[in-house]
Design a protein around this ligand. Structure first.
Ligand SMILES: Nc1nc2c(c(=O)[nH]1)N[C@H]1C(S)=C(S)[C@@H](COP(=O)(O)OP(=O)(O)OC[C@H]3O[C@@H](n4cnc5c(=O)[nH]c(N)nc54)[C@H](O)[C@@H]3O)O[C@H]1N2
Ligand SMILES: Nc1nc2c(c(=O)[nH]1)N[C@H]1C(S)=C(S)[C@@H](COP(=O)(O)OP(=O)(O)OC[C@H]3O[C@@H](n4cnc5c(=O)[nH]c(N)nc54)[C@H](O)[C@@H]3O)O[C@H]1N2
Ligand SMILES: [Mo]
Length: 768
């Protein structure tokens, strides 16, 4: 456990404070997207790629013969795609990957690790694509080039020298393709461990854990077509304008045909307020379409209380689908009893929303014949994230909104293939059925004991139990909670290996020795022995489709992710290898043939994925069946969480700005919230600012206390904002230092990075 000390950014694990940087605050724009989005799309794309490369690349985004956008997991239309099936933030992600800038061995010779640590996240990303395998030797100040063969030999040496396979952890981030992920988990399990932490542990783990208990499956039950039929859509804890901008097109269409849209969010996020479709040139300059017809400014982590209020009012009004409840569910009586006992006083106090507004939302839900409920990180990243998810399931089940057209549950996934990675086996908690099938297919006995997830892996590294860390994509250091604790844990490893496209802070805080293995990105052509390959991904509604890059690789030295995994497996497993890894990557169809025989739902994979748009995986609840042990969906009742905040304390949520993709910072602005030129801001309610004796624009420190110590994030500018009292918001990863590693969701072990108890103190160190 970290000691009771204050942390600072001096050792390079946190983004550095740039004293000269002064965030500016202005009123947010009146609508999301519009001409501003078109302008910023062009600026990022052309600025990084040049005009012709930008056009050539962007016109292939999300086309059936092109590549899957590397940004979010929002689905593409089954039919009638427009030629511009991308958004401003998709264009930023593409431009960041397809940039013409390069990080060469010469770059690493010029800049020491210490020097690079002092650079901002945006600067690191701007340097361009990694071009060659690089090695950081023990005690060295600079990375130096290494050959692929030597790199794999080194990984083999270190992994095979461990006392056992459980002394290594193998992380995956959600951009990895199904093909690479399947090979990776196969390699890891043949090596002998289930230590497969992934970004999903920090993302939708509360959904993946909680939803199966409620409805028998951990995924969305809807398709895009359902959004065209819904008469009511709830958006709970989600910021689609920034994080899933293509969703706005479907929300706009829904709003225009009279579908009620209810946003439950502490912030009036711009994309849920008003939208001007940048693809609709005729309406680029009009006032835009109002999106949410009702906005419930819930208190942070007030969702269980609020939804209980909505259900209580529905119950009173008799808005219960008794036939559905009797035929398909269990646990209703306990739910009804609980809602009866729950007082409006507790509901209003903990939810932070008035009884009138809650009743209004209940009326909307009660009237609905086809209701979709969407949610994202505002729901999952709390200590009671699983309870949040299961309460949402209760809400949808109450009036039978699962398994009928135009209705259903929709956990909106983040990374473009985070869902697919899980489907093909990236999990530290595999089922026996999966392991049986994997063992049968490849003639080995996979390890049965469950492995380490993200938080458990950090602790194991800290305790010296995990000595080698391999990351297939991502930025484990900056994405993980408790930055300084995590950094210290990583530094204890003997070897850390990052398979990456772009430079990030995770390359600068390493084990005793470190490797960077540069790989092809989505946008690039992947040519193997049998010819040009494509990979496959799964979107948030469970549709599997192909992704084929169009650009020449950023460097001749790059290998594809499947190739890197296969060569690592050959080197590490040596004579223990039971399969011909080399032949698998000569033709990715061969990988897919194996997937087909191991994972249910992939029948005829190679043929069906070649059909334009791909195919849907089976989804029982979508067809009205619930694959729970009893065959019924379950109402699972949870208490309202209570937060006893001291007078000087606030509840902080860590959110994304409009100019970032997770830990990749494209720029210093957050246009939709009126912030430009800097990210170190804390959004607070005006009443709290006054009450705490602070003033707008003042520089403050954010301090979190827990039994494991005091954590401090320095130098944030106070911004008064439309946010409920006692709530605050700031950007991640600058604030990850405040999230105690032991502050996790019950059941899912997901870091509670949206309910951090903080105090706001006048700046101590006086950086300015
Ligand atoms: N451009 C861009 N796109 C992205 C990403 C990105 O970083 N940038 N990241 C991708 C990934 S991996 C993910 S997981 C998704 C994330 O997508 P989101 O989950 O939409 O993103 P967050 O910024 O985490 O914001 C969550 C929202 O929840 C609200 N919120 C916070 N706490 C609560 C609460 O207690 N209750 C309720 N009801 N609301 C709350 C916040 O105000 C915010 O609007 O986006 C994906 N797409
Ligand atoms: N405080 C706080 N912490 C959070 C969150 C939060 O809301 N608040 N959100 C959490 C969530 S939802 C998530 S998903 C995690 C994200 O955690 P990660 O997925 O680990 O982080 P990313 O920032 O998406 O990873 C970016 C890096 O991935 C590499 N990369 C990009 N594309 C590719 C590729 O095609 N192949 C390979 N091999 N590498 C690639 C690049 O080197 C890039 O620097 O963060 C979590 N952390
Ligand atoms: Mo995520």
């Amino acid at each position: 456990m970290p000691e009771s000390t204050s942390y600072n950014s001096a050792n390079g694990a946190q983004p550095p404070i740039e004293p000269a940087r002064e965030p500016r605050v202005a009123p947010p724009p009146d609508a999301a997207a519009g001409i501003g989005a078109a302008y910023h799309t062009a600026r990022h794309a052309i600025g990084k790629m040049g005009t012709s490369r930008a056009l050539r690349t962007l016109l292939k985004v999300n086309q059936t013969d092109g590549f899957d956008c590397p940004s979010c997991a929002w689905p593409d239309p089954d039919r009638d795609r427009s030629i511009t099936e991308f958004c401003e933030n998709g264009a930023k992600a593409v431009a960041s990957e397809a940039t013409a800038a390069r990080v060469t061995p010469d770059f690493f010779a010029r800049h020491s690790i210490t020097e690079l640590q002092q650079q901002s996240d945006a600067w690191l990303d701007k340097q361009g694509r990694l071009t060659q395998p690089m090695l950081l030797k023990r005690g060295a100040t600079h990375y130096e080039p290494i050959t692929w063969d030597d790199a794999f030999a080194m990984i083999a040496r270190e992994l095979n020298a461990l006392a056992g396979p459980d002394e290594a952890a193998f992380y995956t981030s959600g951009r990895t393709s199904n093909e690479a992920a399947f090979l990776y988990q196969l390699f890891v399990r043949q090596f002998g461990t289930n230590n497969l932490p992934d970004c999903s542990n920090m993302c939708h783990e509360s959904s993946s854990f909680g939803l199966p208990q409620s409805i028998g499956i951990g995924k969305a039950t809807v398709t895009l077509d359902d959004f065209a039929q819904a008469d009511c859509i709830f958006l709970i804890g989600q910021n689609p304008g920034t994080c899933h901008p293509r969703m706005l097109i479907h929300l706009e269409r829904a709003a225009r045909r009279g579908c009620a849209i209810v946003s439950v969010n502490p912030l009036p996020e711009l994309g849920t307020v008003r939208f001007r479709n940048p693809q609709d040139v005729h309406h680029l300059f009009d006032e835009g379409t109002p999106i949410a017809s009702l906005f419930l400014p819930v208190r942070i982590n007030g969702d269980v209380a609020l939804l209980k209020g909505v259900m209580k009012a529905m119950l009173e009004a008799g808005a219960v689908d008794r036939a559905f409840v009797d035929a398909h569910t269990e646990g209703f009586d306990a739910l009804a009893r609980d809602l009866e006992i729950e007082t409006w006083e507790a509901i209003v106090e903990n939810g932070g929303v008035s009884q009138e507004l809650i009743r209004e939302a209940a009326q909307v839900a009660a009237r609905s014949k086809r209701m979709i409920v969407c949610w994202a990180m505002g729901i999952t990243q709390h200590a009671n994230g699983v309870a949040n998810v299961q309460t949402i399931a209760n809400f949808a089940l109450l009036n039978g909104h699962v398994g009928r057209p135009g209705a259903g549950l929709c956990p909106v996934r983040g990374h473009s293939n985070v869902q697919g990675d899980r489907t093909v086996g990236i999990t530290s908690r595999p089922t026996d059925a999966f392991l049986d099938a994997l063992g049968r297919e490849f003639g080995f006995d996979p390890p049965r004991e469950h492995g380490l997830d993200t938080v458990a892996a950090i602790r194991a590294m800290q305790e010296g139990q995990v000595k080698v860390f391999v990351g297939l994509g991502g930025n484990f250091l900056s994405a993980a909670p408790d930055t300084e604790f995590t950094a210290a844990a990583i530094r204890k490893c003997r070897l850390t290996v990052q398979i990456s496209t772009k430079l990030n802070r995770g390359h600068l805080v390493t084990g005793e020795q470190a490797l960077i293995l540069p790989c092809l990105g989505r946008t690039e052509r992947d040519v193997q022995k049998s010819g040009e390959q494509f990979v496959t991904v799964e979107d948030t509604v469970g549709k599997i489709h192909a992704s084929r890059g169009v650009l020449p690789p950023a460097s001749d030295h790059l290998l594809s992710e499947p190739t890197i995994v296969a060569r690592m497996a050959c080197a590490v497993l040596g004579s223990r290898a039971r399969i011909d890894w080399q032949s698998l990557v000569e033709n990715y169809d061969r990988i897919r043939d194996h997937v087909e025989r191991v994972v249910p739902g992939f029948d005829d994979y190679n043929r069906r994925v070649r059909e334009p748009g791909g195919f849907y995986l089976p989804n029982a609840p979508r067809e009205g069946r619930f694959p729970t042990p009893s065959g019924r969906a379950r109402f699972i009742v949870h208490p309202i969480p209570r937060h006893e905040l001291r007078d000087d304390q606030l509840m902080l949520m860590t959110v994304r700005s409009h100019d970032q993709f997770n830990t990749t910072v494209y720029g210093e602005d957050d246009r939709y919230r009126g912030i430009t030129g800097g990210r170190r801001v804390v959004f607070m309610n005006a009443h709290d600012v006054r009450r705490l004796g602070l003033s707008e624009g003042q520089w403050v420190d954010l301090v979190s206390h827990s039994e494991s110590g005091t954590r401090r994030a320095s130098h944030f500018k106070v911004v008064t904002y439309t946010i409920p009292p006692r709530c605050a918001a700031a950007y991640f990863p600058e604030t990850n230092v405040l999230v105690p590693v032991n502050s996790v969701a019950v059941g899912s072990n997901q870091p509670a990075s949206k309910s951090i108890v903080i105090a706001v103190e006048p700046e101590r160190n006086g950086v300015t």
